[in-house]
Design a protein around this ligand. Structure first.
Ligand code: ADP
Ligand code: MG
Length: 312
């Protein structure tokens, strides 16, 4: 029997009202459908303005959808909004806190909001998990940006939801903090939490996520296991060092691009369905050059992303 998805998005549409007279309404989601399987780390990728936050804010109940359906942990967000909401913890893109509450109070207030009895609250455990226990009595406004992000993650987990959603958690965050955030997310996932994150750091998504959906201009353009998505990149890149200065670019029908990057170094992009690395090298040799060094680069998620979105 198939496990039901953690989240089911079905033909989701969002039209934002016209911002002013003479301005058209904005169709931010044009009928997006996909499932987030249980138990994994799911990446929702797309360029700025693609509709990622809109989709997540619909799940969070912060934005009203114009059409379609969403199910969270089997609960329809229209028919069963309370249960749907209880099944998900969301860390929004924007950091907002009341600056006069302490981290401990932030979590206690949130627990109160969900009606969790005092004896069942997890404030201490969660503050320890996000390494903020020593800051439990500091005002939120005195915390660094990184501490605030970690506090938001703890806040999203107060009601022990089976799903945690993070909207651009590492945008504008330094390398060390990013590493810490990913450790925390990976740890929560290991404990059984289904994680959904949006990011535009492709390398990160490639390393962390087992499945990736890509949206662009409000439309779903890919939804695949990460490995399959990376495998979709058709282009391969080979850099060749030759024995004498190149007199000019070498053009061949099977090369997508051939660039002289140093006097004796040439970078060739080719479609791996149309040629092999061996053929590429043979073509260079046929021009009278001896090959002294070769490096090849596998296409990565960045390449797929550029191909699919037509960006770059
Ligand atoms: P992303 O998170 O992928 O960057 P968003 O969901 O924030 O994308 O935005 C999708 C599109 O909807 C953008 O064109 C954005 O300008 C527009 N948009 C977002 N929020 C609003 C709003 N409150 N009113 C009108 N348009 C909006
Ligand atoms: Mg966004």
């Amino acid at each position: 029997m198939n496990t039901p998805p953690a989240i089911r998005i079905d033909n989701l549409v969002k039209e934002y009202a016209s911002p002013g007279p003479g301005e058209p309404p904005k169709l931010a989601l044009k009928g997006v459908s996909f499932d987030v399987p249980q138990g994994g780390i799911f990446g929702l990728l797309g360029p700025n303005g693609a509709g990622k936050s809109t989709l997540i804010n619909i799940l969070a109940g912060l934005v009203r959808k114009s059409g379609g359906n969403a199910e969270i942990w089997g609960f329809d967000t229209d028919a069963n909004p309370r249960n749907a909401k209880r099944s998900i913890g969301i860390v929004p893109q924007e950091i907002v806190f009341d600056p006069f509450f302490t981290p401990f109070e932030v979590l206690e207030n949130q627990a109160g909001f969900y009606g969790i009895p005092k004896g069942e609250r997890r404030s201490e455990e969660l503050l320890k998990a996000v390494h903020l226990w020593d800051k439990r009595d500091a005002y939120a406004r005195t915390l660094s940006g990184g501490m605030k992000r970690r506090l938001l993650i703890a806040k999203a987990m107060v009601h022990s939801p089976p799903i945690l959603v993070l909207d651009e958690p590492t945008a504008g965050v330094d390398v060390e903090l990013r590493r810490q955030l990913w450790e925390l997310v990976t740890e929560l996932n290991r404990e059984g939490v289904t994680v959904v994150l949006t990011t535009h750091y492709l390398e990160e998504a490639e390393q962390l996520c087992d499945r990736i959906a890509i949206i662009n201009h409000g439309e779903l353009i890919a939804d695949k296991p990460t490995r399959e998505l990376v495998g979709m990149a058709r282009e391969k890149i080979v850099a060749v060092t030759v024995d004498k200065d190149l007199t000019g670019p070498i053009e061949e029908p099977v090369f997508t691009k051939a660039e002289v990057i140093e006097p004796r170094r040439l970078e060739i992009t080719y479609d791996r369905d149309k040629a092999s690395a061996g053929q590429v090298l043979a073509l260079v040799q046929s021009r009278g050059y001896a090959i002294e060094d070769v490096t090849t680069r596998e296409a990565d998620l960045e390449d797929v992303f550029v191909q699919l979105t037509g960006a770059g």
